[in-house]
Design a binder for this molecule. Structure first.
Ligand code: 13P
Ligand code: SF4
Length: 347
């Protein structure tokens, strides 16, 4: 319960919206899905969803020619889509990334207030100052940032290719600024040995996985492989059999020979893991134990704001559209598109 309390204090609007989240009967769900399908046709739209949103939305995205993916694949899918409208079901930086890459498209989000603790804790003015004080460094920012922060970066990157990009820059003798995720930054630094000045922010979901409790759980399930998203702390990452983006973790669950997996990331990912590997046993990594506050209990509160009702309403409301001024969009396009181009050259 302390989890809800502390979120209530820090992000009261988020909790208010989640509390209004409806649960649907089978018939209601089908009725809503039919409305959404008609609206998608009428407005020449496709849904691009993240694995952490509700399974109803993941399901309808896939049934209607849309896409469910990690942040990099969402960005790529959006950029090559011919539809004039994209419904981005996820958090704000994902909608902004779609607009940065496709300014001519209408980008709509079910909930425009869906934020990310990494983005919120890397305000543009402070970050600009930080960059000014380190002008000899190349600026690499995680996709979980605002359009304005991306606009002053040299590179944008997601967790699926972050190690490879930093390896590339390090081999070209570049010194780096990394923002905003300190855990991901420290992990990349430990792998690549690059010279990185790291911003101090973290993901409220992945921050909560606890290594002592995870060790205990592993002891009780010796045959399980541990899958960890690199936004987790270094001591949790140290226990992982596989560290990777959401798509990479889903692939590992399908491809590794283990029958059992302990998963340290948002638990909505289980929907896709179960679909792609129904015979596997999935266990949530613990968020309790020493030092735990359980703010999120393994589900991102902002991702949780997305539901079928606000997806329907988004078609009819101007306030659900993403707008980015032209100057910011053009600058952010350069750093974001460099990521897309870099990813093309990876096997
Ligand atoms: P992925 O790029 O791995 O999907 O991660 C996005 C994210 O926000 C994880 O918390
Ligand atoms: Fe941001 Fe964490 Fe939510 Fe991902 S899970 S969107 S990093 S707060």
């Amino acid at each position: 319960m302390s989890s809800v309390k502390s979120l209530q204090t820090e992000f009261p609007e988020t909790i208010e919206i989640i509390n209004k989240n409806p649960s649907y009967t089978y018939n209601e769900k089908n009725e809503k899905k039919k409305i959404i399908k008609d609206l998608l046709k009428k407005y020449d739209a496709k849904i691009v969803a993240h694995y952490y949103v509700d399974e109803d939305i993941q399901e309808i995205a896939e049934e209607t020619g849309g896409f469910v993916a990690d942040s990099l694949e969402m960005a790529r899918f959006g950029a090559k889509q011919s539809s004039s409208t994209l419904i981005v079901a996820g958090v704000r930086f994902m909608g902004e990334t779609a607009k940065i890459l496709s300014p001519e498209k209408k980008i709509i989000m079910p909930v425009i207030e869906a934020e990310c603790s990494l983005d919120l804790n890397c305000p543009y003015e402070d970050f600009k100052e930080f960059c000014k004080n380190n002008e000899d460094r190349e600026v690499v920012v995680y996709a979980n940032t605002s359009a304005k922060v991306k606009a002053i970066a040299d590179w944008v990157v997601t967790s699926s290719i972050a190690v490879k990009l930093v390896e590339h820059l390090h081999s070209n003798n570049k010194k780096l600024i990394w923002a905003p995720d300190k855990h991901l930054g420290r992990y990349i630094q430990s792998v690549t040995k690059a010279d990185m000045k790291i911003w101090n922010a973290s993901c409220i979901v992945h921050d909560e996985f606890k290594s002592e409790a995870l060790k205990k759980l592993k002891n009780e399930n010796k045959d399980a492989a541990i899958l960890v998203h690199p936004e987790s702390t270094l001591d949790v990452i140290a226990l992982a059999d596989v560290v990777g983006s959401t798509s990479q973790l889903i692939r590992a669950c399908k491809e590794l020979p283990n029958k059992k997996f302990i998963v340290a990331t948002d638990n909505r990912i289980f929907y896709k893991m179960r679909k792609s590997a129904p015979e596997k046993i999935l266990i949530e990594a613990p968020t309790a134990g020493k030092g735990a506050t359980c703010k999120s209990c393994a589900h991102c509160p902002w991702m949780a704001m997305n539901n079928l009702d606000n997806l329907i309403n988004a078609f009819h409301s101007n306030k659900n559209q993403i707008y980015i001024d032209k100057n910011t969009q053009e600058k952010a396009f350069k750093s974001t598109n460099k990521m897309i181009e870099f990813a093309k050259n990876l096997v």
